[in-house]
Design a protein around this ligand. Structure first.
Ligand code: MRU
Length: 345
């Protein structure tokens, strides 16, 4: 098995099978999600995570919610469906794909002529989203790989690989496509506290692909850049705004600031499904997660018992720090307002 062929989600007619990402890298285990509640719990507890994957799993979650609808009245059924859609969307607020995918599947329910046809219509729409994300990942690789040169060292943050999508990845898609073209690329992955998506997931994927990778603590990124060993920065995104502001895993902003200071190109890779041409940057909700994620490490408390923590899960990088955004429709360069408008139109 190679990282690029990892299948983080599989749709079975009566449910989903997903890799429980909380157990990686030590165990690769598929868990079954047979109800919309199990899907919501898997998103909240981050068994599944990464904006595009959360979107796809949320879409299938709404299809699964049809199991709970007992009425034969279509209008009443759609009212119940709306409740489950809102329930899914509330699981994690920052990434745009979840709301985008769930709303798209809910909209498809308008095609139903009776309640019995709902399940098939919704699961077909969810499968269409799954397939479009798979194609998007490969296109991001194709459009992004020319940005990497032979021998480049790429620094990346969090995990924007196969495990964050339905396969192949976004920022890691660019690395994989460049390697497939014969370029020797090595990667420096920040561990990404507090849940270590970089050391647990990104390093796992790249090690399986036999792409050279080294892990660093998040706070070492600027020092590593100052040593001139980093040629490019490549990160994913949870929400790309019409202004070019990029919401991504907490810790992305300081990396972008350091990259600007050291003159290192800072690229973001994301499918157009992650581009939000509506929300104003000031209106983005930054998820605040349980402080235990910061106060405990591997089950042990690592701060005095009478001390609390702040745990914002994402930050926002302003457009002036972004060199370009690699999408499945091409690369958006400055001025990002115009290039994003034309790419996402
Ligand atoms: O909290 P997570 O692990 O869901 O955060 C994931 C990220 O920030 C990724 O960089 C982003 O979702 C892009 S995934 C292609």
């Amino acid at each position: 098995m190679t990282g690029k062929n990892l299948e983080p989600v599989r749709w079975r007619s009566d449910g989903l099978e997903v890799i429980d990402q909380t157990l990686l890298p030590n165990k690769l285990v598929y868990v079954r999600l047979g109800s919309v509640e199990q899907v919501c719990a898997a998103i909240k507890t981050m068994k599944v995570r990464g904006a595009p994957l959360i979107g796809v799993v949320g879409a299938f979650g709404l299809a699964l919610s049809v199991k709970k609808i007992k009425t034969r009245d279509l209008a009443n059924a759609r009212t119940q469906l709306r409740k489950w859609a809102d329930f899914l969307i509330r699981t994690r607020p920052t990434g745009v794909n979840l709301r985008w995918a769930v709303e798209r599947v809910f909209k498809a329910s308008a095609k139903a002529r009776d309640v019995s046809s709902l399940k098939e219509i919704l699961s077909k729409e969810a499968e269409a989203i799954f397939n479009s994300e798979l194609v998007a990942a490969r296109k991001i690789g194709k459009y992004g790989s020319p940005l990497l040169e032979e021998g480049d060292t790429v620094l990346t943050h969090c995990n924007a690989g196969a495990l964050a999508t339905v396969g192949y990845g976004t920022s890691l898609a660019v690395v994989r496509a460049a390697v497939e073209q014969g370029k020797r690329i090595s990667v420096i992955a920040t561990e990404t506290r507090p849940l270590l998506q970089g050391s647990r997931l990104t390093a796992f994927e790249l090690a399986h692909d036999r792409i050279p990778v080294k892990v660093i603590v998040d706070s070492a990124a600027a020092q590593i850049m100052s040593r001139g060993v980093v040629d490019k920065i490549l990160v994913g995104a949870d929400r790309v705004l019409k202004t070019g502001h990029v919401t991504n895993k907490i810790g992305t902003l300081p990396i972008a600031l350091s990259a600007k200071f050291y003159g290192i190109p800072f690229y973001v890779a994301a499918p157009v499904s992650t581009v939000d041409m509506v929300t104003d940057p000031s209106m983005v909700v930054i998820e605040e997660r349980n402080q235990r994620e910061v106060l405990y490490f591997a089950g042990r408390r690592v701060a005095p018992s009478n001390v609390g923590a702040l745990n914002p899960a994402f930050d926002v990088t302003p457009p002036e720090l972004v060199t370009g955004i690699v999408t499945d429709r091409g690369v958006a360069g400055p001025p990002l307002v115009e290039s994003l408008r034309s790419l996402s139109g």
